[in-house]
Write a protein that binds this ligand. Structure first.
Ligand SMILES: Nc1ncnc2c1ncn2[C@@H]1O[C@H](COP(=O)(O)OP(=O)(O)OP(=O)(O)O)[C@@H](O)[C@H]1O
Ligand SMILES: [Mg+2]
Length: 501
């Protein structure tokens, strides 16, 4: 929608229409700053003003009102208008009535005001922004080229417009306050579970926090499962640093990164001369972590030989350095993570079943981000707060389109991908809100495709629709059953059936 043409060309009827168009326009802007700019732009355009500013109540400075947005003024000129504000603007704020100045230089009330003379202002229109009986600010417009630019005929329009604007400004400020409060409350809730840096309030994440807090002060082995980037390491660290071993070391090792022999010596240490290059005795990570926690990342990548050695640590609490005959006792809590299904690996004969049961005393399954839609805005704002620092600190949020795009995206790389996307968007953003363009989400994925295409077996279509609905309800079975109008029992039965396929 564009603002209507200038008012001078409009009769009473069209000026009403103009007003209703303006109302629709300003009511569609919810960001307070953007709204003020729109209000000023519409006012200037409709009255053909050359310059203008909006004053609003100001809680932060000693002055009751401050200029919040302006057009075609340099900072110096705005300062120059301040003496004027004791006359025109001051009068408007005091009386709550609009003031029109037709020929500022000859108007005896203002003609001698320094700024009128210096800036050669010809006409001024200034209207109060009023709410019921409160004065929230004023809109100031002027012209340096035209005398009598603003006339008495403009007054009804100006008053009605200012009223609309005041209501819209107050609404936008309320929405903003609610948003801030909401964010604050969410952060409070966040703090309650004690894992400050792990964001999430979806049902699935609450389950994760619940299990995590139960295992903190135990020595139970925990298997953390989840797709890449879902926060497995974060949970492992939380378990250690919030538990009774926190004063002792936390040692993490990525089991997929090293050739087998090296990994073995890394984990268990070696004796001098055990292999070429073993120039001295060396202790392994299990000994380093003594009293603390070891985190075996991608545990599914361990070779059969190392699986056996690990089983021994878990069963007997002892290790043997490579090339050594002596066994050593270690007191280490083991946390393990995997993004592959260990059960599948067992079926393929790649992973020891007995080790699996040992590791799996407690299981924490981290949901993929696409099943945590409720958490997405929370995470997005969390990363925004983290990255929007220094000269990027003015970036305050996301446009509605950007947030929708974030929600639509499938996030194959999960939270890590989201984190990277927000970091990049913060660098690219030009305004105070991150736009959909700034996010640079790949297009094919930004639109979730329909879950089926013609020609698929009906059963497959059923499955996809159920899965999609489940995703939209954050994995909540009851809500999904309701949405699909089927019984929970039917849904459970189907899910189980598909899982076993
Ligand atoms: N719930 C969360 N709240 C805040 N940040 C999170 C959360 N989950 C993950 N992150 C962040 O996302 C990134 C990836 O997390 P992490 O390394 O723990 O994932 P991972 O599951 O170990 O991934 P991979 O399988 O690729 O090793 C990290 O920067 C982490 O801080
Ligand atoms: Mg990891």
């Amino acid at each position: 929608m564009t603002p209507p043409d200038t008012l001078s060309a409009l009769d009473a009827q069209t000026s009403l229409e103009a007003l209703s168009e303006i109302a629709a326009l300003i009511n569609s802007v919810h960001d307070p700053e953007e709204l003020l700019e729109t209000v000023l732009e519409v006012a200037m355009q409709t009255l053909e003003a050359e310059r203008g500013f909006v004053l609003l109540e100001d809680d932060e400075s000693s002055q009751p009102f401050a200029v919040r947005t302006s057009r075609n003024f340099t900072d110096g000129q705005l300062d120059g208008v301040k003496p004027l504000s004791t006359s025109v603007v001051g009068e408007v704020l005091r009386s709550g009535e609009p003031v029109l100045v037709y020929e500022a230089d000859t108007d005896e009330r203002y003609g001698t005001t320094e700024s009128v003379v210096l800036q050669k202002i010809q006409s001024i229109a200034c209207v109060p922004l009023r709410l019921r009986n409160r004065q929230i600010g004023a809109i100031y417009l002027d012209s340096v080229t035209h005398r009598g630019r603003f006339t008495r005929e403009h007054l009804p329009f100006l008053k009605a417009f200012a009223h609309q604007a005041a209501v819209a400004i107050e609404n936008a400020q309320r929405v903003q306050t609610l948003r801030d409060e909401n964010r604050h409350l969410r952060q409070e809730v966040q703090r309650v579970h004690g894992f400050d840096e792990i964001i999430g309030q979806s049902a699935r994440m609450r389950e994760v926090f619940e299990t995590t807090s139960r295992v903190l002060d135990t020595d139970a082995t925990v298997l953390i499962e989840g797709e890449s980037g879902t926060g497995k390491e974060l949970i492992a660290r939380a378990v250690h640093y919030n538990g009774h071993r926190k004063a002792k070391p936390f040692v993490a090792i990525f089991c997929g990164s090293l050739p087998d022999e090296l990994l073995e010596s890394e984990l268990f240490g070696h004796r001098k001369g055990a292999f070429t290059g073993a120039a001295a005795d060396k202790k392994g990570l299990f000994e380093t972590a003594d009293g603390g926690t070891i985190f075996l990342d991608e545990v599914g990548d361990l070779s059969p030989k190392l699986q056996t050695a690990l089983l021994r640590v878990l069963q007997l609490g002892e290790i043997k350095r490579v090339g050594d005959t002596e066994t050593r006792r270690v007191d280490v809590r083991v946390l393990a993570a995997t993004n592959r299904s260990l059960q599948e690996l067992i079926e393929e004969g790649e992973f020891r079943e007995d080790l699996y049961y040992r590791l799996n005393t407690i299981q924490i399954e981290l949901p993929p981000l696409r099943l945590r839609h409720g958490d997405l805005p929370l995470l997005a704002h969390h990363f925004l707060d983290q990255f929007a620092k220094g000269n990027r600190a003015h970036i305050r949020g996301f446009t509605d389109e950007a947030m929708d795009a974030l929600k639509r995206h499938r996030w194959p790389g999960n939270i890590r991908e989201l984190e990277n996307a927000i970091e990049r968007a913060v660098v690219l953003a030009r305004g105070d809100l991150i736009t959909q363009d700034d996010l640079r989400l790949p297009h094919s994925e930004a639109e979730a495709p329909l879950p089926f295409e013609p020609g698929l077996p009906l059963k497959e279509i059923e499955r996809r629709i159920v899965e999609r609905t489940l995703e939209e309800h954050d994995g909540n079975v009851s809500a999904t059953a309701r949405a699909l109008d089927v019984s929970r029992r039917w849904l459970h039965y189907r899910l189980k059936e598909w899982k076993e396929e």
